[in-house]
Design a protein around this ligand. Structure first.
Ligand SMILES: [Zn+2]
Length: 84
């Protein structure tokens, strides 16, 4: 069973989640009302930036919040892209 991590999160954790949302290598967390819209992480949880949308979500997979496994694979790629 996958462990979940509940907000509030630290700035560092939010930054990690934001990077995860932008990798394109992983399906992003999305709004339940706008399935195409990636959620934006905040210290208080995910929010949707859709017009008039108040959807929020206060959890993420622990592996994404405190991450290491996907980050170990994706992080180096991301760093390469940043340097490009
Ligand atoms: Zn939405």
């Amino acid at each position: 069973m996958t462990k979940q991590s509940f907000a509030p999160w630290t700035e560092e954790q939010v930054e990690r989640l934001q990077l995860r949302q932008q990798t394109y290598l992983l399906h992003p967390y999305t709004c339940l009302r706008h399935s195409y819209r990636a959620l934006r992480p905040t210290v208080n949880g995910w929010v949707c930036d859709g017009p008039g949308c108040d959807y929020s979500q206060n959890w993420a997979q622990d592996v994404d919040v405190n991450k290491t496994s996907w980050w170990n694979n994706v992080g180096p790629i991301w760093d390469d892209l940043e340097d490009a």
